[in-house]
Design a protein around this ligand. Structure first.
Ligand code: SAM
Length: 275
């Protein structure tokens, strides 16, 4: 076994998923993508900014320095656990971020109440993404901008293709499907049409290519599992199945393993929709 694929005795699924998400996925993945989304959003001082489906709030947190003392920042998510971590992480922040619980398809805000609305890696999880896009349009002020990101389909995100296939093979079909869910089969034109159908005439889309790095294959699998609904099926699996899962991922991702662990390209669509 390669030195990076240590046996699964180190499995510790002790944290709750939102805390694990904040610790394991936000620093290497969501934080750099948040900075890119914020740059695309073109936030100005004094803007009122909403982070829709904010999770633990990385976009709102990173936007704080852009809006300055006279701006307003609101983070909204449907999941109380994610919001609890967001609140804890920003307890001392000035100006404060207003964390709200709510559904993206029924935004709890009046019409035209934000200059910028950001939505990072969430549209694919919302039951009715068109309704969410219509809601975003409704709450944008004239001249406002929405900035959204969605992962490209799985074949552009090789580490996750391998992980999803291995989960399906060694854990369960549902575990494989869960790992595929962040990477919808949306093509460029699907997303562009969605935003146009929501009433945005001025939509632009870019393909952005980043990367993700983990210290080992074991850590890649363990951190992804701990930070998502995969925690339960993996915890419930036999130790042998978990060991085989890690070894299989290690073998299949051999070309992305180096002296520092494992690295893989990640690709996303970034869209802006202007009023
Ligand atoms: C992958 S996370 C992304 C979170 C955050 N935007 C980030 O960049 O870290 C997806 C988020 O979408 C939220 N979500 C899913 N459906 C939602 C809905 N209908 N309304 C609001 N939030 C929703 C989930 O609770 C979760 O926090």
């Amino acid at each position: 076994m390669n030195k990076h694929a240590t046996p699964s005795t180190g499995w510790q699924l002790e944290q709750n998923a939102p805390e694990a998400y904040e610790e394991y996925l936000v620093p290497p993945m969501f934080k750099p993508w948040a900075d890119q989304l914020i740059a695309t959003a073109g936030i100005s001082e004094g803007d009122r900014v909403l982070d829709v489906a904010c999770g633990t709030g990385i976009v709102a947190r990173r936007a704080a320095s852009h809006v300055g003392a006279n701006g307003t920042l609101v983070g909204m998510d449907i999941n109380e656990g994610m919001l609890a971590v967001a609140k804890k992480t920003t307890a001392d922040m000035q100006p404060p971020i207003n964390w709200r619980q709510g559904d993206a398809t029924d935004l709890p805000f009046t019409d035209e109440s934000f200059e910028v609305v950001c939505c990072q890696q969430a549209l694919q999880f919302i039951d009715d993404p068109l309704l969410a896009a219509e809601e975003i349009r409704r709450i944008l002020a004239p001249g406002g901008r929405a900035a959204l990101s969605v992962w490209r389909p799985l074949d552009h995100n090789p580490a996750y293709t391998v992980l999803a296939d291995a989960l399906e093979q060694h854990i369960s079909e549902e575990a494989g499907a869960m790992m595929r869910s962040p990477f919808p089969a949306w093509r460029k034109e699907d997303l562009r049409t969605l935003l146009q159908d929501a009433g945005f005439d001025d939509v632009s889309l870019t393909i952005e290519i980043g990367s993700i790095r983990y210290p080992s294959t074991t850590e890649f699998v363990r951190r992804e599992a701990a930070s998502s609904p995969l925690a339960e099926p993996i915890k419930n699996a036999e130790k042998h199945a978990r060991d085989t899962l890690v070894q299989d991922v290690e073998n299949r991702l051999h070309r992305y393993i180096d002296d520092d662990g494992i690295v893989s390209p990640m690709e996303a669509y970034i869209l802006t929709a202007d009023l």
